[in-house]
Design a protein around this ligand. Sequence first.
Ligand SMILES: NC(=O)c1ccc[n+]([C@@H]2O[C@H](COP(=O)([O-])OP(=O)(O)OC[C@H]3O[C@@H](n4cnc5c(N)ncnc54)[C@H](O)[C@@H]3O)[C@@H](O)[C@H]2O)c1
Length: 444
Amino acid sequence: MNVTIFGSGYVGLVTGTCLAEVGNHVVCVDIDHDKIERLNNGEVPIYEPGLDELLKRGIEQGQLEFTTDLEKAVGHGLFQMIAVGTPPGEDGSADLQYVLAVAESIGQHMNEYKIIVDKSTVPVGTAEQVRTKVKTALEARKVSVEFDVVSNPEFLKEGAAIDDFMKPDRIVIGTDNPRTTELLRMLYTPFNRNHERIIAMDIPSAELTKYAANAMLATKISFMNEMANIAERVGADIEQVRQGIGSDHRIGFQFIYPGCGYGGSCFPKDVQALSRTAKAIGYDAKVLDAVEATNAQQKEKLFEKISKFYGGDLKGKVVALWGLSFKPRTDDMREAPSRTLLERLISKGASVRAYDPVAMDEARHIYGNQEGLQFCESADEALLGANALAIVTEWKNFWSPDFGNLAEQLSDKAVFDGRNLYEPGALKPFGLRYFAIGRGEQVA
Ligand SMILES: NC(=O)c1ccc[n+]([C@@H]2O[C@H](COP(=O)([O-])OP(=O)(O)OC[C@H]3O[C@@H](n4cnc5c(N)ncnc54)[C@H](O)[C@@H]3O)[C@@H](O)[C@H]2O)c1
């Protein structure tokens, strides 16, 4: 089938390469000329395991094309998938300008029936806005062409995006025209072989499903962080508590890791946007607001611990920082807790020696020549001349460090772990002090 995808970011690229891999002819369009040029040269602009290989194969086999030519793109696909960003606007609600710009482009160029598929995470009512934009553009051209708008939110996770797309937990299709469900069912057949994954529903429910899913996951994280904060104060070990509650099948072990807060391009903005949607219709979403506030507080946690350890005086201190991406297996640093920590440390006169296995380019792109921030080539290099170590991302290569070496390198022998990677007792024999989340030693 012919598919056009607007937006060649994390979602658009993965969707495009996976649909091409199973035999569709996919045209990906983006307004970022530089990105499209790099993609046409087979260069993947983001880090996503497995994406390079699929992308190269798709291009070589002529199943996958990249363009900035809107007319060509709209002319190509029966399916016009919108996978552009929906960042937070000034008041935290989803900024739909990119989605609606795509809708307008489709209306300006389409000459035959199209199924317009909202893959971006968008608030309830957006499909209607897309429909109106397309209609208005068609009317301006004085042409009458049929089209449908479908909500098909994407649930992939960065770091495991290919697998998630190829073997999704569910494929949500929100539509008011059963014919589009059948056509999308055909498109998704290769990903729906093992068992029925398609869940068809009305459009507003599909739009809300995506927000509800992310809000639920964010709630689990903030809940656990709150438990960790209580554990610290009552002398309990949150890791033991986690084992204790995760073993209950109704709770489960997933998404109950305490830490230094969630980040990324989805949870923070989606929890906020859903709360703003609720406010706009006169409903006060107390749980969502608490989830957001708890997370904002949690992102300050490591800084507070480090600052307290130094009695509030961080001038001249050197902190090694392991991990910059918001989670492992991605280079995405949007809303990453590492950013909160390094910015706070630098603002208080400390300097930071940062290392991440894949996000160094992204960090350079964001911070450039930021005073007080040194980019390092390895985890060991980050330790050179450091007083203390802070761990923010749970990359596997940080899971089992040489504690003897840490003790030797860190002049203040202090480890601040935002991901609870180690057993507190394991560091003691090396003379290291270990400050984690909801367990271990507390800063007096
Ligand atoms: N990143 C994730 O893990 C993830 C997962 C599920 C859903 N989502 C949702 O999917 C959407 C896209 O997220 P992302 O992380 O892929 O975004 P992204 O920022 O990585 O990519 C968006 C791309 O859209 C392009 N773009 C903007 N306007 C355009 C236009 N008019 N025409 C063509 N291209 C245009 C940008 O240049 C950019 O390359 C968001 O709504 C997000 O919430 C993201």
